[in-house]
Design a protein around this ligand. Structure first.
Ligand code: AHR
Ligand code: AHR
Length: 516
């Protein structure tokens, strides 16, 4: 695949001489440095980034190259998205205008380190992904809106089946070589599938045995390791094991941690590794493990292979969910002090959810959802028992018809950044999809139900109201078709995926409830 390689950042050149680098960082040299960003801090600490990935912002103060590439569905054209200024936040407006009236996926997450370690659609490995040829899905480019320093930006939304990888890297640690990693995730978006990872993995996308990976893991799968509480936890994926400390299974010092913006750190060197974490919006990092390699054979010495994965396990296990905003891998074992400075710079960058787009309906409110297609502007999402359809509702409708079209907005059962819709007149029952059709079912407490009943509000695709993305099928949105209600993709293989009037059919106006 031909990839555009972004220009080398100035500081990589500067890093060749320590004196020049020091001059840049202190502003005493000929060139006045921009704000010192994460990779400038790692370089100053003697552990430079060898991969730096972010769809939200530059991770070097001087970086002006492309951050990521999007591809739009209407004509398969691609566009690169760069920072607004050197060292700045992504130009999300450029994405919005390129993707207007169609949908976009993230095709490339460029490596800002200058080493060309870009992440692209992950190929099949020990497991196949759901896309053509066994590849993994690409992320919906508008699924994870945030602001950074007041500027709109988009993260990488990993629904199960989504994955990025680079099996042909340059400069990433192999064998028992030291490395460090940090990543910023949405701490409210996770699941118990294997494995939402960012970091070092096998170059052949297969399970090559204990110690052939070293990646940050985030989620609540308990198959291999876990900490206190019910999760989610930051753990190290070292292959055939997610480790929360020195022991396989339980380690008491690894807490459940779910900040909306979460800083997660894993680093490793010969017979030594560490787990750290904190709130990416405030405060400092805590250390949850710092000690010897696990007391299980195969992890000392390590046999790292140096590929890079995002959103999947080393063998291309594709069951996991999560959201990634930025992350880096270093050469050398970073000091805690260096990481603490990186954390301070992340906090200063100012991640936030406010102002990130058209707000969805307020959690706790009761609403109705009106169709916007010209045929159907008096129709609302309604249920009759388990059956869900759009129905004409008016002030003269029966009390039952009104209540059937009224919904209580709940925090998303499967993703705290999204919402679920509980029936006004059938407490404990929620809109959920099954075989891509919407039903009203009682919450059975399962992880699948939680995922199927969670929808992420975005701006309406026809410019009216909201569109609601399925949390676990992120190319699909709530859509009416022949007055039935589905999760539909634009131009997919089902009749209800028809491109005709798609943008109108997936756009819903949130109204006052027929039954308050
Ligand atoms: O170590 C946990 C997972 O086990 C790895 O990510 C995957 O390669 C294997 O299935
Ligand atoms: O609606 C698509 C899938 O169909 C749902 O996730 C699952 O409940 C059913 O198998």
């Amino acid at each position: 695949m031909a990839l555009h390689r972004p220009p080398k950042p100035l500081l990589l050149v500067a890093a060749a001489t320590g004196a020049l680098l020091t001059g840049l960082l202190t502003g005493t040299g000929a060139a006045q440095a921009a704000t010192s960003q994460a990779c400038d801090i790692y370089a100053a600490g003697g552990t430079p980034c060898v991969a730096a990935h972010s769809t939200t912002r530059a991770l070097y103060g001087s970086y002006t190259g492309s951050l990521y590439q999007v591809r739009r569905a209407s004509d398969n054209a691609t566009a690169n998205i760069a920072p607004l200024s050197a060292g700045g936040v992504a130009n999300a407006a450029a994405q919005d205008s390129f993707c207007a009236g169609t949908s976009c996926v993230i095709t490339v997450i460029y490596d800002q380190s200058g080493r060309g370690n870009n992440l692209t659609q992950a190929p099949p490995g020990g497991f196949n992904g759901p896309a053509a040829g066994g590849y993994d899905n690409l992320a919906n480019a508008t699924a994870a809106p945030v602001t950074v320093g007041g500027h709109k930006a988009y993260g990488v939304f990993v629904a199960p089946g989504t994955g990025y990888r680079n099996n042909n890297t340059n400069g990433i640690a192999t064998g028992d070589q030291p490395e460090g990693m940090y990543a910023i995730f949405d701490g409210t978006h996770y699941n118990g599938g294997c494995c939402f990872d960012y970091g070092n993995a096998e170059r052949n996308s297969r399970d090559n045995g204990n110690g052939t990976m070293e990646a940050i893991y985030f989620g609540n799968i308990k198959v291999w390791g876990y900490g206190t509480g019910n999760g989610p936890w930051i753990m190290a994926d070292l292959e055939n094991g997610l480790f929360s400390g020195v022991n396989a299974g339980y380690n008491a010092n690894d807490p459940s941690i779910s900040h909306r913006f979460l800083t997660a750190v894993i680093k490793g060197e010969p017979n030594h590794w560490s787990i750290r974490g904190g709130n990416a919006q405030s405060g400092s990092l805590s250390t949850f493990y710092n000690g010897a390699r696990p007391n299980v054979s195969g992890y000392n010495p390590m046999k790292k292979e140096g590929a890079i994965i995002l959103g999947i396990g080393g063998d291309n296990s594709v069951g996991a969910a999560g959201t990634f905003y930025e992350g880096v891998m270093t050469s050398g074992y970073p000091s805690d002090a260096t990481e603490n400075s990186v954390q301070a710079s992340v906090v200063a960058a100012g991640y936030s959810t406010s102002g990130s787009g058209t707000p969805g309906p307020a959690v706790g409110s009761t609403i109705s959802l009106r169709a916007t297609t010209a045929c159907c502007t008096t129709r609302y999402i309604s249920h009759s028992g388990a059956t869900v359809s759009t129905q004409v509702v008016s002030s003269s409708s029966s009390a039952t018809a009104k209540a059937n079209a009224s919904w209580i907005v709940r925090a998303g059962l499967g993703n705290g950044s999204c919402v679920s819709f509980e029936s006004k007149n059938t407490a404990g029952s929620y809109l959920r999809h099954q075989n891509y059709q919407l039903y009203l079912h009682a919450n059975d407490g399962s992880s699948l139900f939680a995922q199927d009943a969670t929808f992420c509000p975005q701006a309406g695709q026809n410019g009216q109201g909201n569109s609601f993305m399925s949390n676990n099928y992120s190319s699909r949105y709530i859509r009416h078709y022949n007055n039935n209600v589905y999760i539909a993709s634009n131009g997919g293989s089902n009749a209800f995926d028809s491109s005709t009037s798609y943008a109108d059919d997936v756009s819903w106006v949130v109204t006052a409830p027929w039954t308050p």
